[in-house]
Design a protein. Structure first.
Length: 146
């Protein structure tokens, strides 16, 4: 018996997922509040809620692309800045201003690493839950088959 399972093929738009890393951005909750309160929608309460959630999703997707772009690319650029200041420091002593820039570069890199870690932790948890459900079903079938 051969079981073929189609995985990895996605049809249609990517489903919306709230990213926990967004909560690390200063002012994020205020931004959400301002978007929500700034929406004018007429209709029943359920229609208003649905329309506002759709608009909020659009705003979040656009904001995510603008602020985060590619986490990996942003992390690489931040690491290049750290490497640059390390190289300058190997050649000569840094001025106070340059030391401040080096510190900012290191903090920027640490921020992108933390955000990427939060993103992957969330993604792995989702995969674990999905795979766990499949494995539980398999386990139950095998346990009750014997």
């Amino acid at each position: 018996m051969v079981l073929v399972e189609g995985g990895g093929i996605r049809r249609g738009p990517i489903p919306f997922r709230f990213e926990n890393m967004w909560l690390k951005v200063k002012g994020f909750k205020d931004l959400i509040r301002s978007w929500w309160q700034g929406m004018e929608v007429n209709g029943s309460a359920s229609f208003k809620l649905s329309a506002k959630l759709k608009e909020l999703k659009r705003n979040l997707k656009f904001w995510n692309r603008e602020v985060f772009g590619s986490l990996e690319s942003n992390k690489v650029v931040a690491l290049q800045q750290v490497d640059y200041w390390d190289g300058v420091e190997n050649e000569r002593s840094l001025t106070q201003e340059e030391l401040g820039r080096k510190k900012e570069a290191k903090e920027g890199y640490a921020k992108w690493v933390e955000l990427e870690e939060i993103h992957w932790r969330q993604a792995s948890r989702e995969l674990w839950l999905k795979e766990g459900d499949r494995n539980t079903g398999y386990f139950h079938r095998m346990a009750f088959a014997h």
